[in-house]
Design a protein around this ligand. Structure first.
Ligand code: ZN
Length: 164
């Protein structure tokens, strides 16, 4: 497992410079970022974040699913965050796909039934951001979230474009 060996080597090196108890579990900037798992998104550099600043909740597409809401509810009510930013991006693997096509593709690889999974594909990245911001704003378990905003990250130009 070459990746595992590289990860363990890195962890040993990192431990050498690690300062324990430097940060609390509550994000210092009271911020949560919801975004895609895409490997090209360097959120720390893009958003000027440091360790301890923000929760980061990632999944395929950065879609606000029930499980993302679960994380937001804990983040806000237990760990004091009050601002959420939803970032989707150009070139997303879920863009222009549909559930049936994805289900067929995965069933043909695995031989297993995935007909009940919603992969949350989308055809319009601005609209997907708006939908997910609206889902957070509509959640009754997030009364302490005072700001929710959305943006699109352009992977080709490194621009972060706010969505109204
Ligand atoms: Zn993506």
């Amino acid at each position: 497992m070459p990746s595992f060996s590289r990860i363990m080597d890195s962890a040993r090196r990192f431990k050498g410079s690690f300062v324990p108890d430097q940060h609390s579990a509550a994000p210092q900037r009271h911020l949560v970022v919801v975004t895609c798992m895409d490997a090209r998104l360097d959120l720390f550099r893009l958003l000027g974040l440091e360790i301890g600043d923000s929760h980061i909740v990632r999944n395929a597409g950065g879609r606000v699913t029930e499980d993302v809401l679960r994380s937001l509810v804990l983040s806000s009510n237990v760990l004091g965050t009050s601002e959420v930013v939803v970032i989707h991006h150009t070139g997303c693997g879920l863009f222009g796909r549909d559930n049936d096509e994805l289900r067929d593709e995965i069933a043909s690889i695995t031989g297993a039934d995935c007909s009940t999974i919603d992969f949350h594909p989308f055809d319009d990245v601005t609209e997907s951001v708006r939908q997910d911001v609206a889902a957070i704003e509509a959640c009754p378990l997030l009364p302490n979230v005072i700001s929710v905003w959305g943006a699109i990250y352009d992977v080709a130009t490194c621009e972060l474009i706010p969505v109204d």
